[in-house]
Design a protein around this ligand. Structure first.
Ligand code: XBP
Ligand code: MG
Length: 258
């Protein structure tokens, strides 16, 4: 069965955005006159928690504050996160997080080949639209049959819910789709949804357990920025394209026990 759809994670996969998220969180805390300032180390420790609102709540739980003060802070998460999203989308619109190598090329190749495109992300939908519009043009969000993102499902990654939603709207079985991820929680979600998953980790997820990846590469590569020889050998091509994906996926399927 040939590939009928590509399903992309956003943060870390389409673009290396988590440093911009970190800056946006800190700017929102400062705007709210909160003393919080997440260092890269602190943020890396919070990042495995999916969802910015959930991340703030987890941080509040660690504060050495009376319970009443913590409850008051928890009550402000919605306002804080809306401010953070406003700041993040503004930074993205300013071009602060370019698309990773090969992303624009593969999306365009898939469109030209008539494949369906989908997004499956934990992030807030406004963030997805800002990234797509900034780098692929004002119509880009409509290239995607579904933008499954944020609170559209009750359970965020590593639960498969967001991928299950994307597959349901696509009307396709996982067997004819390929997922693209950057992190262990995203990989777990995609695999739980039954998807062949290509993982391209970033600085933030480089120490994640990615052993379950069907294809683990430093990036998708581009003709003018080809993959290193080892990655190119694993893929059977200098960068990720539909033909290479078909070959690798067919090879994996062929190797599965009868
Ligand atoms: C990554 C996330 C998101 C972002 C922050 O999403 O876990 O929570 O870190 O965005 P994905 P929000 O890799 O699934 O795209 O503050 O909007 O949650
Ligand atoms: Mg991600």
């Amino acid at each position: 069965m040939s590939i009928e759809a590509l399903i992309f994670d956003v943060d870390g996969t389409l673009a290396d955005t988590e440093e911009i998220h970190r800056q946006a969180f800190n700017a929102a805390f400062q705007e709210a006159r909160l003393w919080w300032n997440w260092s890269p180390h602190q943020y890396a420790e919070l990042l495995p928690i999916s969802g910015g609102k959930e991340r703030i709540a987890a941080y509040v739980a660690t504060l050495d504050q009376p319970e009443a003060a913590k409850r008051e802070l928890l009550g402000r998460i919605g306002e804080l996160h809306r401010a953070k999203t406003r700041i993040f989308t503004s930074l993205i619109a300013g071009g602060r997080a370019p698309l990773r190598p090969g992303v624009a090329r593969l999306i365009r190749e898939a469109r030209d080949a008539g494949l369906k495109l989908a997004i499956a992300s934990t992030t807030t939908p406004a963030n997805v639209e800002a990234l797509l519009e900034t780098h692929l043009g004002p119509d880009a969000p409509r290239w995607f049959a579904v933008i499954a993102a944020g609170d559209k499902v009750p359970m965020k990654k590593p639960a498969p819910d967001i991928y299950d939603l994307a597959l349901a709207v696509l009307g396709l079985a996982p067997e004819v789709c390929i997922a693209f991820e950057d992190s262990a929680k995203g990989l777990a979600a995609a695999k739980a949804a039954g998807l062949f998953t290509v993982v391209t980790p970033t600085f933030w997820t480089r120490t994640d357990d990615l052993a379950a990846a069907d294809l683990l590469l430093p990036s998708l590569g581009d003709p003018d920025a080809p993959l290193d020889p080892a990655a190119a050998a694993a893929l059977g091509a200098p960068c990720v394209g539909l033909a290479a994906l078909e070959r690798v996926r067919a090879g994996r399927t062929a190797r599965q026990p009868a």
